[in-house]
Structure formats: C-alpha cells, structure tokens
Design a protein around this ligand. Structure first.
Ligand SMILES: CC(C)(COP(=O)(O)OP(=O)(O)OC[C@H]1O[C@@H](n2cnc3c(N)ncnc32)[C@H](O)[C@@H]1OP(=O)(O)O)[C@@H](O)C(=O)NCCC(=O)NCCS
Length: 135
C-alpha cells in the first residue's frame, strides 16, 4: 500500500535511495533530504510495507502570489500506477489559493500535466551543471 505524507519529518536519507535517475551528478540522499526539508511544500509517497519513499514532489513559494514546482519523481519500479498523478494532485490542491503555479517540463511530459489542469507555457532557464549535486 502507498501512503502519502506532507512532511519529511521522520524520513531518513536511507529511505530516499533511487531518485534523480539519469542525472550525471545527482544529489546524495542526504542532500535530497535537505532539499525536501528546505522546500515550502512537499508531498511524499511511501511504500508502507518497506518504508521506502517511492515518489516525491516539491514546491517553493512566496506564500502570497506564486509557487514553482521544481522536482517531481516516482521511482522507476513504481511508475504507471497513478502515484505521480496523485502527488501532483495533492500539491496543486495545497497551492490552489495562489495566483501562479509554474513548472518547466520536457515537451513529451505535457500531456501528463495537461491532464492535471495545467496549461502550456514557454519558459526560460539557467543550468549551472557543475552544481547539479547541490551546494
Ligand atoms: C513523470 C512521472 C513522475 C510520472 O509518474 P507516474 O507515477 O509514472 O505517473 P502516473 O502513473 O500517475 O501517470 C499518470 C498518467 O500520466 C501519463 N503518463 C505517465 N507516465 C507516462 C509516460 N512515461 N509516457 C506516457 N504517458 C505517461 C499516463 O496518461 C498516465 O495515466 P495511465 O497510466 O492511466 O495511462 C514519472 O514518469 C517520473 O518520475 N519520471 C522521471 C522524472 C520526471 O520526468 N519528472 C518530471 C519532471 S518535469
């Protein structure tokens, strides 16, 4: 059974293995935990049987007008079971009183976000690749 949590309290780095798939220089599980703790909102999917975190989404926000969703990932062995959709549904519900909720995604991911009520937009970005594992 998958349990959903809105806090990283009680979650250890050991429960956070297996994320940032395909990243050349991924954050460590310790850094991942720091990211979750420093985010304004977080939603976690936990496999109740093992205690392993199998999915997460984060949001950073000014709490007044706008929020940005930088990270969403479901562990590969848990994909296509509705976990990503449920994580997004939960975090969007918690951000629903704000004017702007934005994220950047690859073109092939757009149908996933459209199905959650989001609209297409153009974006701009900077990537400091040597900082990919975190500062
Ligand atoms: C994107 C991601 C979070 C989706 O998580 P998930 O738990 O597999 O998604 P869900 O099972 O909730 O999928 C919901 C719907 O989205 C669509 N969808 C999800 N993954 C898809 C894929 N790889 N290809 C096509 N459609 C997909 C499907 O319509 C799916 O519904 P269905 O399973 O009934 O057909 C997951 O694939 C992932 O972690 N990818 C790597 C990291 C990433 O790309 N993050 C997003 C950054 S913008």
């Amino acid at each position: 059974m998958i349990e959903y949590r809105s806090t990283v309290e009680g979650i250890t780095p050991e429960q956070l293995a297996g994320f940032f798939e395909g990243w050349p220089m991924p954050p460590t599980p310790e850094t991942h935990r720091r990211i979750l703790a420093a985010s304004d909102r977080v939603e976690l999917a936990v496999d109740a049987a093992s205690g392993v975190v199998v999915g997460f989404v984060t949001a950073i926000s000014d709490g007044i007008l706008s929020a940005y969703i930088p990270l969403l990932e479901v562990r590969r062995d848990y994909r296509r079971r509705g976990i990503g959709r449920e994580l997004m549904r939960r975090i969007l519900a918690r951000l629903g009183d704000l004017y702007m909720v934005d994220l950047i995604c690859d073109a092939e991911r757009r149908p996933f976000y459209r199905a959650l009520g989001m609209r297409d937009a153009a974006g701009m970005m900077i990537r400091n690749w040597d900082r990919q594992s975190g500062t």
